[in-house]
Ligand binder design. Structure first.
Ligand SMILES: Cc1ncc(COP(=O)(O)O)c(C=O)c1O
Length: 509
């Protein structure tokens, strides 16, 4: 027999008359919660709408609307002439699911979920875009001069696209990207980087990071060996590890990655990830002889080369060495580029230039990953390039970054002397300072963070954190900070170094 519930007190419905949430929704929520938690059991007869109206002090329509919502969702059933009941055949275990208390939820979160093999591999990787996500203070890495971007022009271009939207920009776009942007990129790379490509080879991606993930999945099987520079970009390392790659650290010297040593360490590698134009983070440019040797090795070994040309726009003296891709005669190089440094990182637009026989695979992989990038923003960017704003912005940024770099080098010379030697460098938006032997890079970095500046030690950039290190230093991003902030940052760094020196002297005494 049905259980009667002329009073709804067991449901414990509390109403907040001052809330923006409509009353009927509050009544509905109260009853639903009581049913899911088992406070109102299956088969219970609910009071009539008239009785509940009186009991709760709300209008009849409020209660009727709440009941109708619960009826349509299957929590209640009504029997003509007999009343409204909590649905009888709701399984108990499912009902209690909604009542999972915080304690149960926490216990569940601690439990190891049943992941696939590749899921386990991915979940064990620690990844963050920059070693420290706090990008707001000097000398955080990976951030361009956000204070100097021409936002007014960007706003106008975006507004034009949004105010008079073409239908073609609003539907699902091509997985390979917006054609005029692909054409603009192919033309720019041909002129600026001697990259040899047709627009058909360009796939627009959500930054280099997505390109690395796609390339790793397309080209590596779990257990395959890949070379990586011994000091490298941690997020690239993470993408390769995520695909199950076994990474081999190849030494880097003044000429860049040492191909002979790589071939001796891991002759059967399937892939190499490399930053030849501006080695990340050490800054070396790979020599022509090494580039040719790498291409030759890749051809002989049937291996792929992932060329990450992440900040090639920023060269302050001399002409940059052309991209490795332009020297490739055998279709082994997959060239990756990004607008994160030349526009801004949250745009999440970058590109892959694939050899012709890989184009289709990259296009398919791109469609599996969110189908395509935002076409409205791609269109605005294509116009930004076509109207000459991109080239003008890059020119302005070159002199701004050169100025900011000089501010850093001069302040460091004045305030840090031999403790942290920072030399000027003709490229990029970060510098590596070499610490004196008396100083431990981790201690200085920690002390600097406490006092308010980012100064990443070099060790997180190494593949193997244990084992002997021949370099001790700090990686300092300067692109996003004006000269005053840079000078203040260096003063703070000087205090941090001082305090580490003092405590190490105390420790010796
Ligand atoms: C070596 C390297 N590659 C690529 C990128 C850019 O990645 P994304 O295009 O995913 O923003 C960065 C950013 O800091 C980087 O340092």
């Amino acid at each position: 027999m049905a259980k009667r519930s002329n009073s709804i007190s067991s449901a414990n419905i509390t109403l907040d008359l001052s809330s923006d949430v409509p009353l009927y929704w509050q009544v509905y929520g109260g009853l639903r919660g009581a049913i899911l938690s088992g406070r109102l059991v299956a088969g219970t007869r609910l009071p009539s709408t008239r009785d509940l109206t009186v009991e709760l002090g709300v209008s009849r329509n409020t209660v009727k609307n709440a009941y109708e919502q619960l009826l349509s969702e299957g929590y209640l059933e009504s029997h003509v002439g007999s009343g409204t009941y909590i649905t009888r055949n709701l399984p108990d275990d499912l009902l209690n699911a909604g009542a999972a208390s915080n304690a149960i939820a926490k216990r569940r979160a601690r439990r190891k979920p049943a992941l696939s093999k590749s899921g386990k591999t991915i979940s064990e990787i620690s990844v963050s875009a920059s070693p420290n996500p706090d990008q707001s203070r000097p000398f955080a890495l990976g951030v361009p001069a956000l204070d100097a971007f021409p936002y007014e022009i960007w706003r106008r271009l975006l507004a034009r696209r949004c105010s008079y939207p073409q239908r073609s920009l609003l539907g699902y776009g091509s997985a390979m990207g917006y054609r005029p942007l692909r054409e603009a990129i192919a033309a720019y790379l041909g002129a600026a980087r001697a990259v040899r490509c047709e627009p058909e080879q360009v796939t627009i991606v959500a930054g280099v990071q997505q390109a690395l993930d796609m390339a790793a999945r397309l080209l590596l099987d779990a257990g395959d060996v890949a070379w990586i520079e011994e000091y490298n970009y941690p997020a690239a390392r993470a993408a390769l590890l995520g695909a199950g790659a076994r990474l081999v650290a190849v030494p880097v010297d003044d000429e860049g990655l040492d191909v002979q040593k790589g071939a001796a360490l891991a002759p059967r590698a399937r892939l190499v990830y490399i930053t030849p134009s501006h080695q990340y983070p050490l800054g070396v440019t790979m020599s022509l002889a090494r580039r040719l040797a790498l291409l030759d090795w890749a051809k002989q070994s049937d291996a792929w080369i992932l060329e990450d040309d992440y900040d090639s726009e920023y060269r302050y003296s001399g002409r940059p060495l052309a991209a490795l891709q332009g020297l490739d005669q055998h279709g082994r190089v997959i060239y990756l580029g990004t607008f994160s440094k030349s526009v801004f990182p949250s745009l999440r637009l970058g590109y892959v230039i694939a050899p012709p026989d890989l184009v289709d695979a990259f296009s398919k992989a791109r469609s599996l990953m969110s189908w395509c990038s935002s076409t409205v923003e791609q269109a605005a960017l294509a116009e930004f390039i076509a109207e000459g704003h991109f080239a003008r912005h890059i020119r302005r940024m070159r002199s701004l970054y050169a100025e900011r770099q000089s501010a850093l080098v001069e302040a460091a010379r004045r305030e840090l002397g031999e403790s942290l030697r920072i030399q000027s460098h003709p490229a990029g938006v970060h510098l590596v300072g070499r610490l004196s032997e008396r100083l431990d890079e981790a201690s200085v970095s920690q002390q600097a963070a406490k006092l308010g500046v980012e100064a990443q030690p070099l060790f997180p950039f190494r593949l193997k954190r244990d084992g002997p290190s021949f370099l001790s230093g700090l990686v300092l991003g300067y692109g996003a900070y004006d000269s005053r902030e840079i000078r203040q940052g260096v003063s703070i760094l000087a205090r941090a170094i001082d305090s580490v020196l003092k405590s190490s002297i105390k420790g010796l005494a």
